[in-house]
Design a protein around this ligand. Structure first.
Ligand code: BGC
Length: 788
């Protein structure tokens, strides 16, 4: 312990005072959820806990000391058990089960995300948790992926904005966020060995882009590396990913933690920049110790990671106060508010909102009406403080008990039992006023460690909905699902409401929307396909031979549907309301946009209906002369605005030039497509009736940079290269520059690279060093022109 009246040592002083063994302990887990303490230097042990939709904390986690809570079998069963048998975790403490990212995302409301982060922080503090293992932020490349409900969207701009909100909300209340899983963890098939093979532009523009935004805008205290390989290397051992991109390019100064047991080669992971290894593993510690002793891991690398752990511990302890209980009622109310804000109304022929008086003869169907499906399976699954039951909540609105039938038996059952349940439901549906069917995806197959097999609902539900819709006067379907499902019965039902996995307040949120206490305003954050084969990732998914090639490149989600002109079942950004809105007067505050600029787009929005509601104004960019193929339009800005009937407001949405740019693999930087760019404005990716045009300008030329393999025609198209190559030729042939240029032009049709073409055509032997120098000079001159 620090003697009294001594100045508190700085992080660097403590780092210098640590023994080698203490440093190794510090970068290694202490049991399942803690870091190691160093009592003689007052370095505390901090606690981490899952997860992204609510705190999963058990008293065991407070246990300190070697091996605490580190039972490997427990960990595996926690992640992999499902259904009725799923133990949430031994001795979990109730905490608020907030909506999962699928529902938070569909609110399109970063301010609400920030409030959520504040509430997470209060719950973490009440249990002494210093870092929350969330939010998750991988791109939802396919709706089949097992963890889609833990992630926000198929779009990086939206994902980045929402996760920035949650991260700020957590950290401004003194609890660290751990954004995860870095990077390209987009499927659960062979989750710790599969290689995500992604071309560089797709990686930069889609898969890394949201992380980049959050690192820059919200400075998360922790980043969790992912289980998968990325282009051949384990993500936790990837120097390019964890050091070059994350730290050198983006300036990240926080800590990188492994996913749990995600490291196979601990020394390599330290060298790559994966600082903390979780959870405790005697084997990995021994390997690191041996590598430090042999010098394979230099002292400086160990110091770097140990220093980052010390800084994290300092951040956490600086904010740690006395644990105070959180307000369970207020947090339940927030969970309900977010569930309401994120619920998406996909179809409605006027049946909704229901009139409580006229619909006392409602028939509620589905096991989810009494045992609500509110979260996914795996490490994120936690114990709610309470759960609003949809049937009860509907009864509250109608003022009396409501008839309920399962319609599909829960759990194991025979075909005869299923038929009997279906017959009973259909008979009841004939005499009801409205049938409300709660349906979900299979509850025993997907989640963490397993993708969905298809886009169908749990067996029996498609038949139930179709049979009920055929006889009931009105049929409303409520889908508690992680992501897109197919809807073979869609033309026959009257309304479809999708809360996704909406947490413990789902029951009251849905009832309040069904009965019109509020108007739905959620908008899809992923595209709902008509069939699996329409998903842009289809041809490459789920990979084979250990390699998962992302064949669609950056044409992920709506970009891929739009580029191929494939009609989705429901498009990205789509969602209905009970009121109507008119958009008008779209203007931009500047006519031109250069690198580093931002244009403010203003849109007047008016609620033209008779109810209070919210609309999400969306802006998509469409370059007239795109440099790359990235889909016909891409989301570049949005704002959610709530208006009472007749009210109108002008919203101003900033659009950054950097969000119009794309990664140029030949120049290793983001580059604007110069020329006119239409900023399309509307309320879904396929409903964009307004536009304003700005002129994008950049000094980065369109011509190709000169490389050793550049063909003559391309070299001639690059004036800097043309002059330099002609200069080289002039020197070797002893002719003037103009003559050399003429000779170069004569070589235009050669498909052999320009240097070898000149050598063969003019019987020269060119020196490789001289060629390299010409290439370097051209690159330097271009960089100077582009202001770099
Ligand atoms: C999951 C992480 C989680 C960790 C700890 C892993 O299996 O991928 O998201 O934070 O377990 O429970």
């Amino acid at each position: 312990m620090q003697p009294e009246n001594q100045p508190v040592p700085t992080t660097d002083e403590r780092l210098a005072a640590l023994t080698e063994d203490e440093k190794i302990q510090l970068v290694s887990g202490n049991g399942m959820w803690r870091t190691n303490s160093v009592p003689r230097l007052d370095v505390a042990s901090i606690v981490m806990a899952d997860g992204p939709n609510g705190l999963r904390y058990s008293r065991e986690q407070a246990a300190d000391g070697p091996g605490a809570g580190a039972d490997f079998a427990d960990f595996i069963s926690l992640v992999t058990r499902r259904g009725e048998a799923a133990p949430v975790q031994r001795g979990p403490e109730p905490a608020t089960c907030f909506p999962t990212a699928s529902t938070v995302g569909t609110s399109w409301d970063p301010r609400l995300a920030r409030e959520l982060g504040n509430a997470f922080a209060a719950e973490c503090r009440s249990f002494g948790v210093g870092v929350l293992l969330g939010p998750g932020m991988n791109i939802r490349r396919t709706p089949l992926a097992g963890r889609t409900s833990e992630y926000y969207s198929e779009d990086p701009l939206l994902t980045g904005a929402m996760v920035t909100g949650v991260t700020r909300g957590l950290q401004e209340r003194g609890v660290g966020a751990c954004i995860k899983h870095f990077a390209a963890n987009n499927s659960e098939i062979e989750r710790t060995s599969m290689d995500s093979v992604i071309d560089e532009r797709a990686l930069r523009d889609i898969y890394l882009r949201a992380f980049e935004r959050v690192v820059r805008d919200a400075e998360p205290w922790m980043v969790m590396s992912s289980y998968n390989r990325l282009n051949g290397l384990q993500a936790a051992q990837h120097p390019w990913l964890l050091t070059q991109v994350l730290r050198d390019e983006w300036g990240y100064d926080g800590l990188v933690v492994s996913d749990w047991h995600g490291i196979t080669d601990r020394p390599a992971s330290v060298l790559a920049g994966n600082d903390l290894d979780m959870p405790e593993s005697a084997q990995r510690i021994a390997r690191l110790r041996a590598a430090v002793e042999s010098g394979a891991v230099p002292g400086a690398a160990l110091d770097r990671s140990a220093g980052r752990v010390l800084r994290l511990v300092d951040r956490v302890t600086a904010h740690a106060g006395e644990p105070a209980p959180f307000d369970t009622d207020a947090h339940h109310a927030l969970a309900t508010r977010i569930a309401r804000a994120g619920t998406v109304l996909l179809a409605n022929n006027g049946v909704l909102p229901l009139d409580a008086d006229a619909t006392t003869d409602a028939l509620v169907l589905g096991t989810g009406a009494t045992e609500p499906v509110i979260q996914g399976f795996g490490s994120a699954r936690m114990t709610p403080t309470r759960v609003d039951v949809p049937l009860t909540e509907i009864g509250r609105r109608t003022g009396g008990p409501v008839r309920h039938l399962a319609g599909v038996p829960a759990g194991e059952h025979t075909g005869t039992e299923r038929q009997a349940a279906l017959d009973e439901a259909t008979a009841a549906a004939k005499t009801c006023g409205v049938a409300i069917v709660f349906a979900h995806t299979p509850q025993n197959s997907d989640g963490e460690n397993a993708d969905r097999a298809d886009l169908a609902l749990e067996a029996g539900y498609d038949e139930l909905i179709a049979a009920v819709a055929a006889v009931a006067p009105r049929t409303v379907v409520v889908l508690t699902v992680p992501d897109a499902v197919t809807m073979p019965w869609l033309p026959d039902v009257d309304a479809v409401l999708v809360p996704f996995y909406a947490g413990q307040g789902m029951g009251s949120a849905v009832a309040s929307l069904l009965y019109g206490e509020h108007a739905p305003a959620g908008k899809l954050t992923t595209t709902f396909p008509r069939r699996i084969a329409d998903i842009p990732a289809f041809l490459g998914y789920p990979g084979e031979g250990g390699r998962h090639v992302y064949v669609e490149g950056s044409l992920v989600g709506y970009r891929g549907y739009d580029e191929r002109d494939i009609a989705p079942l429901f498009p990205f950004g789509f969602g209905l309301s009970y009121t109507t809105f008119a958009l008008s007067d779209v203007t931009a505050d500047r006519a031109t946009l250069s690198d580093g600029d931002s244009v403010a787009v203003s849109v007047r929005v008016r609620n033209t209906g008779s109810r209070t509601g919210a609309e999400v104004v969306q802006i998509y960019a469409q370059a007239e002369h795109p440099r790359v193929r990235s889909g016909p339009r891409e989301l570049v800005g949005f704002a959610r605005v709530e208006l009472s009937p007749g009210e109108e407001r002008t919203v101003t949405i900033p659009v950054a030039a950097d969000d119009l740019a794309h990664w140029d693999v030949t120049r290793a930087r983001r580059v604007l497509s110069d020329g006119p760019v239409r900023l399309l404005v509307g309320t879904s990716s396929r409903d964009l009736p307004h536009a304003v045009t700005v002129l994008a300008r950049t000094d980065v030329p369109r011509w190709k940079p000169l490389r050793r393999d550049t063909a003559p025609a391309a070299a001639l198209g690059n004036p800097v290269a043309r002059r330099a190559v002609a200069g080289l030729l002039a020197g070797r042939l002893d002719v003037d520059a103009e003559t050399a240029d003429g000779l170069l032009q004569e070589c235009r049709r050669s498909f052999v690279n320009v240097f070898d073409t000149l050598a063969n055509r003019f019987r020269l032997v060119l020196d490789e060093a001289e060629i390299a120098q010409v290439i370097a000079e051209v690159a330097d001159e271009e960089a100077g022109r582009a202001g770099r």
